[in-house]
Design a protein around this ligand. Sequence first.
Ligand SMILES: [Fe+2]
Length: 318
Amino acid sequence: MGVMRIGHVSLRVTGDMEKCRRHYEKMLGLYETHRDPDGTTYYKCWDEWDKYSVQLTPAKDPGANHIAYKVEKDSDLDLFTKRITEYGIKVEQLKPGEIPFVGRAIRFALPNTTRMVLYAEKEFVGKNVGVHDPDPWPDDIHGCGVMHLDHTLLMCELDPVRGVNKVAECTDFAMKCLDFYMTERLVGGPDKKVLGLSFLSCSSKPHDLAFVGGNRNGFHHMAFYLESWEDVGRAGDVMAKHRTRIDQGPTRHGITRGRTIYFFDPAGNRNETFAGLGYFANRDMPIIEWSEENIGRAIFYPTGVINDAFRDEYTAAS
Ligand SMILES: [Fe+2]
């Protein structure tokens, strides 16, 4: 049993829906796979095989409706329901189709209030290059040409003075109930006992889900995968052509060694283009630990400087 990977993010977008669609389709390079009468639009990346990894829903406020991860087997949903309930968190059972194009699913709130969905089945559409003698990329690749949705990073309220640490609570839950394992962490405070950041994996990637401490809970970003530094550099050019609001980069993380650009969609939700697998992660890999005084290099390795927007500007996740 187990959580295999991120499945999709259901995102709230505001304002001009066409502008948001252009951002995800023309700029990032996603492919529209469905549109509901109310304007809700579904996208997949060219190297993904399920119906969608991004659901854009027209809304009054930006943010994430939920983050969804795919589990290996349908019966895993019963086992996770039992574990999560015993942990003390309420689990909703969703019938097939309640999450569009998805089989039965479970939904619950993480300790930082982010709604999370687990499911085992989603309508299959196939990779854009197919699986029989495939070419390395499709002829109609466009924009940044992102390959797949890679991970999400969630903000967690952290106030050691008041004894609030949602990073620690979310991490404990994800490791105990969902079998994620820790690859990297940052510890701070007088006794180096305050968990300020944790990167968790359910695969052999450096992270599939991350929790970072901040003033309030929220949705920090979702990241789309690219192959190389060159692709990240080219993505910067594509963003400039589209007048995309860039937050940081192109640059590199100390954590995960990933190469990155952070930028915003027209509604203010942060996206990332993320390249390189960084290293081969495994359950027996020693946890990489960052100290509080090096948090700058952990996040943005070349400069060691964390800009105010990166720290303070993010949308809601519930
Ligand atoms: Fe990221």
